[in-house]
Design a protein around this ligand. Structure first.
Ligand code: TMP
Length: 202
């Protein structure tokens, strides 16, 4: 058992996770919590190099199995270097993306073996599961307009529709951990939905 709370923020690209993470960090810090804000892929020094391998649009030969394993490798480094030590120190860890992104993007999106992805990630993370996952739901056709077109973002809208369905399916399967909120509206409106989800939990 860890002492701090582990909260992950999920959603398709361009949905505003970073803005919400920063607002939530400020809110929690004002109430005296120590917060570590981090992200995947690339939340560590080594991971930033894995991120470049994964997202460079020139890497068209990158095999889907390699893609799964690189995300898991980035995650293992992140868990052991950053996430676990912060949780053990009693901090709240706010992490943009975690295992659920691999299940949504590589599993539901690319149609790869979901059980295999879960097993690899269970092994890579030592079985670490978020205490709470907030999924920001939006139509990918709208949220992708705010992105820059890296290797993943160049995938089709059909791909992103499967990713979104994947997240929503996971939320239905794990309603206690996985909360869906609409990403529509101003940043303040979305932030107040985040606080409603948090109320009474931590
Ligand atoms: P970011 O833009 O949120 O930093 O994430 C980079 C991209 O990587 C984004 O398109 C989502 C994708 N991704 C996966 O496909 N699988 C994963 O496990 C993670 C963490 C991210």
């Amino acid at each position: 058992m860890h002492k701090g709370s582990f909260i992950t923020l999920e959603g398709v690209d361009g949905v505003g996770k970073t803005t919400q993470a920063l607002m939530l960090k400020e809110y929690l810090e004002e109430r005296g919590q120590e917060v570590c804000h981090t992200f995947e892929p690339g939340g560590t020094h080594l991971g930033s190099q894995i991120r470049s391998l994964l997202l460079n649009p020139e890497h068209s030969e990158l095999h889907s199995m390699t893609e799964i394993l690189l995300y898991a490798a980035d995650r293992a480094q992140h868990v052991y270097e950053t996430i676990r030590p912060n949780l053990e120190a009693g901090r709240t860890v706010l992490c943009e993306r975690f295992v659920d992104s691999s299940i949504a993007y590589q599993g539901y999106g690319l149609g790869l073996d979901i059980d295999g992805i879960k097993q690899v990630n269970h092994w890579a993370t030592g079985g670490l599961v978020p205490d709470l996952t907030i999924y920001f739901d939006a139509d990918p056709a709208e949220s992708l307009l705010k992105t820059k077109g890296d290797r993943i973002e160049q995938r089709t809208l059909e791909y992103y529709a499967r990713v979104r369905e994947g997240f929503l399916t996971m939320a239905r399967n794990e309603p206690q951990r996985f909360k869906v909120i609409s990403a529509k509206g101003t940043r303040e409106e979305v932030a107040s939905r985040v606080l409603e989800v948090l109320e009474g939990r931590f």
